[in-house]
Design a protein around this ligand. Structure first.
Ligand code: AMP
Length: 417
């Protein structure tokens, strides 16, 4: 379907042309008419489907066509990176209109606080905010939300994972009751439904290939002991000189540091990013990666959801993500809006049960490859029993060597920010 058919404002069509969006993606085709009609919506769609433009375009259309006063739209997002990215997409699509938007997120300096205070009190058209930071502003009493017409929750499941449920409800308490509310989430867990019931009015539900990796991603899986993972990563990278952008996800900040250091020592063009880094540094690392100054980005979960970096050739899951949905998000980094990509996951014996959950979610069993012979034998894959009894079968442990993963309890959540 062509964008012209939606009846969008001419200036938006012009920007869409400049952005080389030729036809609408599935979520856009389904969501844009519903949003333009003024209905509430639950959109179940993962990153890479074009969901941002699906809610941004009708919002910008309404801002361009209707007179309004003050803040028109509030977008709530889980992370600052996603806030910045949505703001950038708004700026691109709103280029020919005179819409003002501002991303409001934590970690900035006094100057950004002041800029946010002004936008929140005098009214930028669109505010994209992380809940924590917004609450800090709300507590100061100057935020003018009385004319907000649109509320959008993006990556709602992620916001609830982080623990923003109460904050979201508190923020919504400041908004007019009469408004249009849209909720986007990659999954439709019961807690999302509960939230939707509380804040949406008679919503229409649209679901786009729930929790299935974007088509076009080649998924490869290796069995590897913890101490084989770094050499195996290097082995994987060895014949990929033509891959210009690679992301490696680790479960902890410490692993990010160690792997980055190791790769740099071996003369790989790599940078690490995790919540240990200052906001400014994070933005610089991301920018260097986006502009391809940095070829390999080693990251914790900070990046796995929502963040749009074009043309990632390869994602390596150095560790299996704790949440099955995160796997889908992570590998969603590669095949975005119909481009091809590759995802490689390394599984230690401690992580088999997690990968089993992933296979259940994606409804597909993937072949488990052994590490290359020169790295020695890897663990054997075993399908965990229903009660998880063979999660950590002894036969799978490496007898010698530094097997750090063993110390972690199976249910323990890694520090994954
Ligand atoms: P999202 O799922 O919103 O993170 O979008 C993923 C990527 O797809 C972003 O880089 C968008 O700029 C791009 N995109 C969104 N809509 C379209 C479209 N209709 N045609 C081509 N690319 C698109």
């Amino acid at each position: 379907m062509k964008f012209k058919e939606f009846g969008l404002n001419e200036k938006l069509l012009e920007a869409i042309g400049y952005m080389n969006f030729e036809k609408a993606t599935e979520i856009q085709e389904k969501a844009i008419p519903v949003i333009m009609e003024g209905k509430d919506l639950i959109g179940c769609a993962q990153t890479g489907t074009g969901k941002t433009a699906a809610f941004v375009l009708p919002t910008l259309h309404q801002i361009a066509e209707e007179a309004h006063n003050g803040i028109h739209t509030l977008v709530l997002v889980p992370t600052r990176e996603l806030a910045i990215q949505i703001d950038q997409q708004i700026q691109g699509l709103a280029y020919f209109t005179n819409t003002e938007s501002l991303a409001v997120y934590g970690g900035g300096d006094g100057v950004s606080w002041e800029q946010e205070r002004r936008a929140l009190s005098h009214g930028a058209d669109i505010i994209i905010a992380t809940p924590g930071r917004l609450i800090s502003h709300l507590n100061n009493g100057y935020v003018r939300f009385e004319n907000v017409r649109h509320l959008i929750l993006d990556e709602a499941d992620r916001m609830l994972d982080i623990g923003f449920y109460e904050d979201i409800l508190k923020i919504i308490g400041y908004l007019p009751k009469k408004r249009q509310s849209l909720l986007f989430s990659a999954t439709m867990a019961p807690k999302i439904r509960k939230l939707a019931q509380q804040i949406l009015h008679d919503p229409l539900e649209i679901s786009i290939s729930v929790s299935k990796p974007a088509e076009g991603v080649t998924q490869t899986v290796y069995m590897a002991h913890e101490d084989q993972k770094t050499p195996l990563t290097k082995h994987i990278l060895k014949d990929k000189d033509n891959f210009r952008s690679i992301i490696i996800f680790c479960s902890t900040r410490r692993k990010v540091e160690q792997l980055t250091r190791n790769l740099k020592r071996s003369h790989y063009n790599a940078q690490g990013i995790s919540s240990d880094y200052e906001q400014e540094e994070r933005e610089k690392v991301l920018l260097d990666f986006k502009s391809r100054k940095t070829r390999i980005l080693v990251a914790t979960d900070v990046l796995s959801r929502g963040i749009d970096i074009k043309d990632i050739n390869l994602v390596i899951n150095y560790d299996v993500p704790g949440d099955a949905e995160d796997y889908v998000h992570r590998i969603g980094r590669t095949a975005r809006a119909e481009t091809k990509g590759m995802a490689i996951t390394l599984i230690s014996s401690d992580e088999m049960y997690k990968f089993h959950r992933i296979e259940k979610l994606i409804e597909r069993e993937l072949e488990k490859l052994p590490p290359p012979a020169e790295l020695g034998e890897g663990p054997q894959w075993e399908t965990p029993s229903p009660k998880g009894k063979n999660r950590r079968s002894k036969s799978n442990f490496r007898k010698k060597g530094n097997f750090k993963g063993r110390k972690k309890g199976p249910g323990k959540k890694p520090e994954n920010t």
